[in-house]
Ligand binder design. Sequence first.
Ligand code: MFK
Length: 561
Amino acid sequence: MAFVQTPPVLGNQFDQDRVLQSFLRRRVPQDVLASMLPSLARMGARTVGDLGAAAAAAYGEEPELVQWDAWGNRIDAIVVPEAWKLFARAAVEEGLIWTAYERASGEYSRLHQFALVYLFAPSSKVYTCPLAMTDGCARTLEVMAEPALRERVLPRLVSRDPRTAWISGQWMTERAGGSDVGLSETVARETPEGWRLWGTKWFTSAVTADVALTLGRPQEAGPGGRGLALFLVETRDAQGRLNGIEVHRLKDKLGTRMVPTAELTLNGTPAIPVAGLSDGVRNITTMLNITRTWNAVCSVASLRRGIALARDFAGRRFAFGAMLDRKPLHVDTLAEMQAEYEAAFHLTFHAVALLGRAETGVITAEETALLRLLQPLAKLTTGRQAVAGASETLEAFGGAGYIEDTGLPEILRDAQVLSIWEGTTNVLALDVLRALARTEALSVFGGEVRRRAEAAVHETALRGPAATAVAAMEHAERWLAAAGQRGAACVEAGARRFALTLGRTLALALLVDHAAWALAHEGDPRPAAAARRFARAGVDLLWAEDLGAEDAALLASDRTG
Ligand code: MFK
């Protein structure tokens, strides 16, 4: 009989996730964890059950824009696949937003929510995008909206009833400014019926949303982000017609193909100011810090799904006289992937734990400074790991990884956006500098790295990686001081290497700390092995020299004449 390849098969993704389970056992009190377990086990089953099946069956299905009805009326209806509707229903039923706002688990509620999100994400065709924006909008309204607006909209955003639940968009990007949002050209005018917006939004994710947070510049307001105001738009009127919104076309994207992303024009769209009539950029960063956390969690989830598939397949695939999981070079590759994933997990879920503490009022001033730094660091560090990890996943399957209907190429296409949207690596590296400029965040950060590394002092196996983390931290501190002396251009040029070094260093320190705990309390040597491997993979990416002048020469025009 001809040889036929066996595809990978995954079981309950909560039951099979040692890293998540061990982390929760350590961080969450036993009684609180016991109350979370049934929902986590259910999501672990659904992600390889009905949700996974729907995602696989919807292979190639995409949303469609229907601009006109049969009678010539402009309708701009977005028709989404049935699978998308299932993900929407499941997200509400499983409380993917609600869990964070109900706060039944106190400061651990964000850990509960994001553990659910992490399990849900890889089988959701990036339904996590509208969910992230809904969460970001909910948090923004919770902290800064007038009571009337908050009380009308917030319960819908966090609803656990599919009949009343709303989702929110985040319509920031304009032709003039994707990263430099202060260049936004949308105009806001106060009319007898209230505020209205005119302008074109160039990249509006999940255009099927019920509401969206967006920015507009009130007439007479000044330039830049300060002159913008943050508005909430309700996309449809009582009859279900779009509220002065024209959808021009859906974007033809590399990945996230089931997410309806559109170019649209606001043509006198009614809008409600959320928090005064200025400082729109500062105000919308409340949303961004939430969506960036989602981005990091989804990056880790993508890494985890990739390694789960590759490890399972390695036990099924025979080549050169043995199964792949008996081949030293393949084992070496899988171990590298596993170590990157475990480090990414600890970095991200530490940020999640701090977010939960912030939102329940138990966070300390030092932790607040750390969280401000961790949100961009977790996003930028894990975004790049997710892209590299997805590429490695495909390669671990050989040619099958390059074949569309295995579902594997989609992992890579969907991962690529994770280092782009919600701030590219470079924009976030600059945000790290912004966060450091204001506070004592670097000394708090350094203290955290050292404290976590010291936790391993009694474990011989962890002394090496702990020392690597401390040495990288010292180098980062020295580099920033020296680059600062050489000038702002020098700091900016090295900002990406600096930020990635900080992100990877804290990831290593947290992994070392957890590994020491796992050895002592669970007799599990695997996190320590991950820490040793991650330390060797490279955490310190900084250079001593300043190559600015050489770079200018390197990039001088190739044109002759
Ligand atoms: C898997 C799920 C993922 C989620 C999917 C969602 C899909 C949605 C798709 C999209 O919408 S992608 C578009 C996302 N766009 C961005 O992420 C924008 C990227 N650009 C930036 O983040 C820039 O850094 C920024 C626009 C914020 C810079 O603008 P400015 O005008 O140069 O900022 P400036 O003057 O430095 O900062 C303005 C204020 O905000 C300052 O405070 P003050 O007014 O008190 O001085 C800053 O300190 C503050 N600020 C800036 N970033 C902050 C922040 N505060 C807290 N946290 C931050 N991150």
